[in-house]
Write a protein that binds this ligand. Structure first.
Ligand code: PEP
Ligand code: MG
Length: 852
């Protein structure tokens, strides 16, 4: 059975419209059918039985219809309408004597929660109870409970030590939590409706009690009863729950209360946001125990600190053996490490993605670096031991890189040290630090080897003193779903082993030895996150539309069949980005057409009929190909990468497009080109594509769509010129932010600058959407798309596909459903005019969906 339908009968069309708009505010995305029969055809006041009959028929559902009416003759007209109806339908209709406005709000919320026709009507009838209770002391109308509420002082005295958060309880007792109402207007209709909605469907009986004001417990499932709590700002409210989902229910309520029941705060409400930019960017108040680090991997972790102790490598000072023996020792050590690095690379490619595995490619190249090995060999020839000669060579290379002005090359010194240490450990027999477990890891940074060995079952979270959000440690923590913060500063390394550490990897919040209330708050937030994720997953396979009916596709980014299959399971509508690099890295020659067709077919099979978007090879100076040696570039991110490399090596692009076209004759496939700066490059790529089409068959595959990645500001600025040449545009916000802010995404010293929420980046996204208009789909496949808080902004700007990692799909669908394209426009405008990324982030947070 569906949801009870509602009919509003009023003398005034304007009154009915406004009442329905008010009630809709409480419904979020619940599709309750509310029909209006109000006013007369000539625009005057009055009610019309025939119109009411039609409205009832339109609202009809097997669950029944509840009719709410305003003044006297409205009731007569409604009764007459029943007589005009088919008898079976009339039997499902209940004329409800509730007050129109208050009754409609409560009836709508009850209907959205799946209440029966009688319960919907009962809720509506009780609609004045809240007002009566609120005004009871000075009102001639008796409070519905009959009992006079104790004074605030009396009530608090009765609960002297009730803390905020979850309260310990004995087995078999209800779960109990306490929260303080922070909403300016108290727990009024909108936040109360949010609370009732959030609990609907949970297998728990939940009650609320106002501890400050006193009074009886009321069922949290009834909006009318919640209103009788009279909970105003600052009041403490107890939530108690029993049943299988009791703990979850209390967690949900505490989490909602923490977020002020998702009511926009006055400072961040869309209407006035543009006036208060300065206020918006002020730092968030934090409890005394809080530090702020950089968010690196979402999720909340609480546990004892486990410090990673790295034993120093001591190179013995003793005499060296014969040079040939020392050379053999070094060659053996390098071979051993090569095997380990390859195994780590393969494991990463299997378990996370080929992109992440590229870190190890760099290490393999350094391991066999002829300069480094030649220097070590020279040391051995002059009588040094293998360990001493190699240590000296590594130190020299590291120093030379560290002295360079170029930050990219300077950062490579870390990789030289990581590789060098592995070989030296092998030579002198020193163990690499074994990662401690069963707590929160605290370290300066992790080597790629340590990061790849992270076990989510045993490591609650990670705190790194150094590193950036796009460092290998952060990427691998994200891939394993371990909450992490980075860049916390050296102070964290002074922590005593076992100190409780709590962190929120989505916000960068970090607490060292937090007090009980902070722990409880974070615990409740963690439980609520889990519950929210489970709920989002439950409906993730349904298509997602905004509240005002705009369909938004949620795609999955992947490089392996396993990732794409995970996307299917999690409800993806499409595969928005396949990074085809996985097939080209780590080998001695490029894959031929047949091998590519087979590999892409495996991806298409995993997609189970969904459209698959293959991005042509995106490698270059930062991701080198062994079989395509390139001259050293001092700025590889501005050098020959992406489509530039493909056009410089036409054989590579020709083979890849031939494979794509062959597959497109079998399945719905899209192809897109990365790192395009000019129309000329795009036209040249399309020429190679046209040749591939002619080579494969007599006609273009009907389902083949051709797109371009917008990653270079010039392309966004020239989007109007590009649009006629493509079927779709996919914005790579990772690169677009890096190039717009001139801040390399992998360089931890400037990575925070490359913020995709910077208004400059948003303006470029807006330009692309405006240029594309309704004719071309605009997607976002960069990391920004996976941020539920930013989703509404992107949708408001005109983006209609968000492509994200498999785990993020359910949350982004939920974010889509919580967005209204129309309602976010003031916030979008304010964001475009904001003075920086943090101001934008605050604006975006005002419409954060439930799980974020
Ligand atoms: C991007 O730049 O946003 C993108 C999706 O491509 P990649 O991260 O592979 O460079
Ligand atoms: Mg990119």
């Amino acid at each position: 059975m569906g949801l009870v339908g509602i009919v509003v009968v009023s003398h005034s069309r304007a009154l009915a419209d406004a009442a329905v708009a008010l009630a809709s505010e409480m419904l979020a995305d619940r599709p309750v059918r509310v029909e209006i029969a109000a006013g007369l055809d000539d625009g005057s006041f009055g009610t019309d039985a025939a119109a009411i009959r039609d409205a009832i028929a339109a609202a009809d559902d097997p669950a029944g219809v509840v009719v709410l009416m305003d003044l006297g003759s409205a009731v007569l007209s409604a009764e007459l309408a029943l007589e005009l109806l088919d008898q079976q339908l009339a039997a499902r209709v209940l004329l409800c004597p509730a007050p129109l406005v208050e009754g409609l709000v409560l009836a709508a919320v009850a209907a959205a929660g799946g209440a029966s026709r009688a319960d919907v009507a009962a809720e509506a009838v009780a609609a004045l109870d809240g007002k009566v209770a609120q005004l009871a002391p000075s009102s001639p109308v008796a409070a519905p409970t009959g009992a006079r509420a104790p004074s605030a002082d009396q009530a608090e005295l009765a609960q002297p030590d009730r803390e905020v958060g979850l309260v310990d309880r004995a087995d078999g007792q209800p779960e109990i939590g306490v929260f303080v109402v922070s909403n300016g207007h108290g727990l009024h209709a909108r936040p109360a409706a949010r609370l009732v909605r959030a609990l609907a469907g949970l297998d728990a009986v939940v009650a609320l009690r106002n501890l400050t004001r006193g009074g009886p417990s009321v069922p949290a499932s009834s909006l009318s009863r919640v209103a009788t709590l009279g909970a105003v700002q600052g009041h403490r409210v107890e939530v108690s729950a029993s049943g299988p989902a009791a703990l979850v229910a209390v967690g949900v309520v505490l989490e909602l209360a923490r977020r002020a029941f998702d009511e926009p705060t006055p400072a961040s409400s869309p209407a006035d946001a543009s006036d208060v930019g300065g206020v918006l960017s002020s730092p968030r108040p934090a409890p005394a125990s809080a530090w702020w680090a950089l968010p690196a991997s979402p999720g909340i972790a609480i546990g004892p600190a486990r410090l990673v102790q790295t034993a120093p490598i001591v190179v013995p000072a003793g005499p060296a053996g014969d040079a040939p023996d020392e050379r053999d020792l070094l060659a053996d050590a390098v071979a051993q490490v090569r095997g380990t690095v390859r195994a780590e690379r393969d494991r990463t490619a299997r378990q996370t993605s080929a992109d992440d595995a590229a870190i190890f490619e760099t290490h393999l190249l350094l391991l066999d670096d002829p300069e480094l090995l030649g220097d070590a060999d020279h040391g051995i020839a002059t009588g040094r031991s293998a360990a001493r000669a190699y240590a000296t060579a590594v130190q020299r290379t590291e120093d030379a890189l560290a002295d360079l002005d170029d930050p990219y090359l300077r950062a490579r010194s870390v990789d030289v040290r990581a590789v060098g240490d592995q070989v030296l450990r092998q030579l002198v027999g020193a163990e690499e630090a074994v990662l401690p477990a069963d707590g929160v890891l605290v370290a300066a940074d992790l080597t790629p080897g340590q990061a790849v060995a992270l076990d989510p079952a045993r490591i609650e979270g990670i705190v790194l003193a150094g590193a950036g959000p796009t460092s290998h440690s952060a990427i691998l923590a994200r891939a394993r779903g371990i909450p992490a913060v980075v860049g916390a500063g050296p102070g964290v390394l002074q922590l005593a082993e076992g100190t409780t550490v709590a962190l929120d990897g989505s916000t960068g919040e970090l607490h060292l030895d937090p007090p009980a209330d902070v722990r409880e708050t974070l615990n409740a937030r963690r439980r609520a996150h889990r519950v929210s994720y489970a709920r989002a997953l439950a409906v993730a396979r349904q298509p997602a539309s905004t509240l005002d009916g705009v369909r938004v596709q949620v795609g999955v980014n992947g490089a392996t069949p396993a990732e794409i299959a995970a996307g299917v399971t999690n409800g993806a509508d499409s595969v928005g980005l396949v990074r085809t690099e996985f097939l080209f890295l780590d080998r001695d020659r490029a894959p031929d057409v047949d091998e590519q067709v087979a590999a892409y077919r495996a991806l298409v099979d995993a997609a189970q009929g969904m459209r698959v978007t293959l991005r042509t090879l995106d490698v270059g100076g930062d991701k080198p190909l062994r079989y395509l040696p390139q001259p050293m570039e001092s700025n590889p991110f501005l050098g020959v990468r992406g489509l530039r490399l493909a056009l410089a090596e036409p054989g590579l692009l020709r083979d890849q497009l031939t494979a794509v076209v062959a597959l497109a004759h079998e399945s719905p496939v899209s192809v897109m080109f990365p790192m395009v700066s000019t129309l000329d490059e795009l036209v040249r790529a399309r020429t190679v594509l046209a040749e591939a089409i002619a080579r494969v068959g007599s006609h273009s595959p009907t389902g083949l769509q051709v797109g371009v990645m917008v990653e270079v500001p010039a392309l966004a600025l020239n989007a109007r010129a590009i649009v006629p040449y493509v079927d779709f545009l996919s914005i790579g916000t990772n690169d677009l932010a890096q190039y717009t802010l001139a801040a390399e995404r992998g360089n931890e010293a400037v990575a925070a600058l490359a913020d995709p929420l910077d208004p400059a980046v948003l303006r470029l996204i807006q330009m692309v959407c405006q240029a594309a208009g309704a004719r071309r789909l605009v997607a976002v496949c960069g990391e920004l798309a996976a941020d539920p808080v930013s989703a509404a902004l992107l949708i408001g700007l005109g983006v209609r596909e968000l492509s994200v990692s498999p785990a993020a799909v359910p949350l982004i669908k939920e974010a889509v459903r919580a967005t209204s394209v129309g309602a976010v426009q003031p916030t979008v405008r304010a964001a475009l005019d904001a003075d920086g990324a943090s101001a934008v982030r605050r604006l975006a947070a005002s419409f954060a969906p439930p799980s974020s």
